[in-house]
Design a protein around this ligand. Structure first.
Ligand SMILES: [Ca+2]
Ligand SMILES: [Ca+2]
Ligand SMILES: [Ca+2]
Ligand SMILES: [Ca+2]
Length: 355
C-alpha cells in the first residue's frame, strides 16, 4: 500500500484507540484515572501530532504530540488570553508547525510561551489549532466560537545552544495527581495546574491517544545528553468556559446550563449555553417567575400573526423539540400551547444556579 494509505490507516487506528475501551486498561499503567465520559468532544479525523512545515502532515514528519484539546470555546484569541492569565504564558514567539485533519493540513493558529522577558531561559510553550465543528449559530456570531475546538501541543523546554529542546525523559515531575516524565507531559500538567487546579476551567475528560513516538531533540548527544522526549499518549480535554459568563444572553450563566445531572434542569441545567431559546426568562434576570415571565407571556398573547397586543420576540418561542425546555426559535405567534404552557413548564423562581 502507498505511504499515504498506510499513514491514513495508522491515523485511523490511533483515532479508534482514542475512542475505544483501551483507555480504561491503560489508565492503570500510567497512574491516571479516566474521567467520566460525558459528551464526546473528540472530532473525528483530528490528527494526533504536529508536523514540520512543508511536510504534508505525513508519517515520519511528526514533531510534537497533541496532548491538550480545548473544547466549547477553543477560539485562539480566547486561548491566548487564558494562557496569559493562567501561568503567564504571554509570549507568542516560536516556529510554526502544521496540523491536519481528514480534510486539511494547515499551519497552526497561534502559540503561547512563558518567560516572555527572558527568551533564553527555560520556558513552557504550546502551539494550538482551531477546528470549527458546529453549524453557524443564526443568532449571534460570537456564539459560534463556543462550538470551536482547539488541539494543542504543550511542553516545557530548555534553551539549548541548538535551539529550544523539551526536557528529556530522564527528568521527573511530580504533581498532586500524577508523576510524569519529559517536557511534553510536563507542559500538559502545567496547563492542568494553571487552568484547572488553580482556576475555574474544567477537566472534562482524559483520553488515551497512543501518540507516544520518542522525539529526538536537537540536544540529543549520547552518551552525554539523553535528548529524547516522549509524550505518554494521554490527552486532557479542557472546557474553557468562564463560569460567570452568559454567552447566549438568555439570562442563565454557562456553568448552570452545562449541568448534566438529572434534576438540574430545575436550576437551569441540561441546557445549551449556545442556545438563547432554552431558558424562558423574558427579562433575563436569572429567574423564571410568575410576575415577569409567566404573566409577561400571557400579556403578550397573540395567537395570530399581526394581532393585538404588541408582539415582542422575547416572549415568543417555537415548539419544544425534545425536553420541554428545549424550545425552538420564536415562530412569530404567542399562543397557549407553545408559549404560555412553555413558560409555565420552565417555572424556576429559585433561579439559574449551580454548585
Ligand atoms: Ca446562557
Ligand atoms: Ca441557553
Ligand atoms: Ca425572569
Ligand atoms: Ca410562539
Amino acid at each position: 500500500m502507498s505511504l499515504q494509505a498506510w499513514c491514513n490507516r495508522w491515523i485511523g487506528l490511533a483515532v479508534l484507540l482514542a475512542t475505544a475501551g483501551m483507555a480504561g486498561f491503560l489508565a492503570g499503567i500510567v497512574g491516571l484515572q479516566l474521567a467520566s465520559a460525558g459528551e464526546t468532544p473528540y472530532p473525528a479525523g483530528l490528527l494526533s501530532y504536529t508536523y514540520g512545515e512543508g511536510s504534508n502532515c505525513s508519517m515520519g514528519s511528526e514533531i510534537d504530540p497533541i496532548n491538550l484539546v480545548f473544547v466549547n470555546h477553543g477560539y485562539s484569541d480566547e486561548i491566548s488570553a487564558q494562557a496569559a492569565n493562567h501561568g503567564g504564558w504571554s509570549h507568542d514567539a516560536g516556529s510554526t508547525q502544521l496540523l491536519g485533519d481528514q480534510f486539511r493540513c494547515e499551519e497552526m493558529t497561534s502559540q503561547a510561551a512563558s518567560n516572555r522577558d527572558f527568551p533564553l531561559q527555560p520556558r513552557f510553550h504550546m502551539r494550538y489549532y482551531e477546528h470549527f465543528t458546529g453549524p453557524p449559530n443564526p443568532v449571534r456570531r460570537d456564539v459560534d466560537d463556543l462550538r470551536s475546538i482547539a488541539s494543542s501541543s504543550a511542553h516545557h523546554e530548555d534553551a539549548a545552544t541548538c535551539g529550544h529542546a523539551p526536557d528529556d525523559d530522564t527528568e521527573e515531575f511530580t504533581y498532586p495527581w500524577a508523576t510524569v516524565y519529559g517536557g511534553f507531559n510536563r507542559g500538559r500538567e502545567d496547563i492542568r495546574k494553571n487552568w484547572v487546579a488553580n482556576s475555574d476551567h474544567v477537566l472534562e475528560d482524559i483520553r488515551y491517544w497512543d501518540n507516544k513516538l520518542p522525539m529526538e531533540q536537537c540536544d540529543h548527544n549520547p552518551p552525554f545528553e539523553h535528548g529524547i522526549a516522549t509524550g505518554d499518549g494521554w490527552v486532557y480535554y479542557i472546557r474553557t468556559f468562564d463560569a460567570t459568563t452568559d454567552y447566549d444572553d438568555d439570562g442563565c450563566k454557562n456553568e448552570a446550563e452545562l449541568q448534566t445531572v438529572a434534576g438540574s434542569e430545575t436550576s437551569g441545567g441540561r441546557r445549551d449555553p449556545t442556545d438563547p431559546w432554552d431558558w424562558y426568562d423574558v427579562n433575563q434576570d436569572g429567574v423564571i417567575d410568575l410576575l415577569n415571565d409567566i404573566l409577561g407571556v400571557i400579556q403578550h398573547y397573540q395567537p395570530a400573526s399581526g394581532g393585538a397586543p404588541p408582539y415582542h420576540i422575547a416572549f415568543d418561542r417555537g415548539a419544544f423539540d425534545g425536553h420541554p425546555w428545549e424550545m425552538t426559535a420564536p415562530d412569530g405567534v404567542i399562543d397557549l400551547l407553545n408559549d404560555i404552557l412553555g413558560v409555565i413548564r420552565q417555572y424556576t423562581p429559585t433561579g439559574c444556579t449551580w454548585i
